[in-house]
Design a protein around this ligand. Structure first.
Ligand code: UDP
Length: 313
């Protein structure tokens, strides 16, 4: 007997990570329902999928209840503004999609008896006092600061996901995604990687915030997608960090982008945004052990691919 084609719902499916997931699921012969309200997503990210028989785009804000006909096997809840610039511009929407949106996506998972995955974030660790960050660290978040709208929404999202797992026995997964980059990030996204590449390619000053000594660890999108698929196929309900543990200062990142683009742009220093985490690096021993996963793409290689994409788009 031919096994039934599985259906996956991806909220935020027209976003940066969501659209790469939609590509992968179509490639893997799943039926994909992509739900997005397009406040930070973009139809151009899924233009290659719109005419595919097994792909459906639904323009909908998941903060409002959703009805979907037919069977659904997997729900991946990736909808949310994710750049600090975006969640400062859409603070209420960010809070709503993390709270009401997660509740609605879980409600759908319950109704359809579907497996559920929450895209959480390293921001749940806030400006961390423990370095690097293991999943067991509870974090250091300012609930009322400008980033609180994202951090607390995602912390609530994790809490409600675990509650649905415990009470309704929903088969849930939680990933804590660390800084991820790659093609389809928007030029005006506001995050360091797209800002620096865009600035370098246009010969504009590279805006390093603070003195650039704050650190991040950057994971290439293809590595992240691999980890997401492996986690979905695991049986792990508690959060799992996915990210690249190679740590760089933001000033180092700026210099690497200058080197790879061959740009003559100058580095300029701008004020550090409030509550900007001073350091961030995932402990990925759990993902390594559980999923046999670790990122493969070195920063320079991933940046080269990203720069090539920025040049032609
Ligand atoms: N950053 C910067 N210049 C920019 C954009 C960001 O120096 O044009 C810094 C930002 O202050 C932070 C780091 O780069 O310390 C990473 O910021 P991003 O917005 O990419 O993501 P975050 O990790 O803060 O969510």
């Amino acid at each position: 007997m031919v096994s039934k084609m599985k259906t996956v719902v991806v909220t935020g499916g027209a976003g940066f990570i969501g659209s790469h997931l939609c590509d992968r699921f179509i490639e893997n012969k799943l039926k994909v329902i992509c739900v997005d309200n397009l406040i930070s997503g973009d139809l151009r990210n899924i233009s290659q999928l719109l005419n595919k028989k097994n792909f459906k785009f639904v323009r909908h804000d998941i903060s409002k209840p959703i009805k979907i006909k037919g069977e659904v096997d997997y729900i991946l809840h990736f909808a949310s503004p994710a750049s600090p610039v975006d969640y400062l511009m859409y603070p209420i929407q960010t809070l709503k999609v993390g709270s009401l949106g997660t509740r609605n996506a879980l409600g759908l998972a319950k109704a359809k008896k579907a497996k559920f995955m929450l895209a959480s974030t390293s921001e749940v660790y806030g400006d961390p006092l423990v370095h690097p960050q293991p999943e067991s660290y509870w974090g250091h978040v300012n609930p009322i600061g400008p980033r609180g709208v994202y951090d607390e929404a995602k912390r609530f999202a994790e809490a409600i996901t675990m509650a649905y797992n415990r009470v309704h026995k929903i088969d849930t997964r939680i990933i804590r995604i660390f800084n991820t980059y790659g093609p389809r990030m928007r030029k005006r996204d506001g995050r360091a990687v797209p800002n620096f590449i865009d600035q370098a390619l246009k010969g504009k000053p590279i805006t390093v915030y603070g003195n650039g000594s704050q650190t991040r660890s950057f994971c290439y999108i293809d590595d992240l997608v691999e980890g997401i698929i492996k986690l979905m196929n695991s049986r792990m309900h508690t959060p799992v960090n996915l990210g690249n543990p190679n740590e760089f200062t933001i000033k180092e990142l700026a210099k690497i982008v200058l080197e790879l683009t061959g740009s003559k742009s100058k580095i300029v220093y701008r004020p550090l945004p409030q509550d900007d985490p001073k350091q961030r690096k995932p402990v990925i021993s759990l993902a390594k052990r559980l999923l046999n996963w670790q990122p493969k793409t070195p920063l320079k290689e991933g940046l080269e691919k990203t720069i090539s994409w920025f040049r032609i788009s």
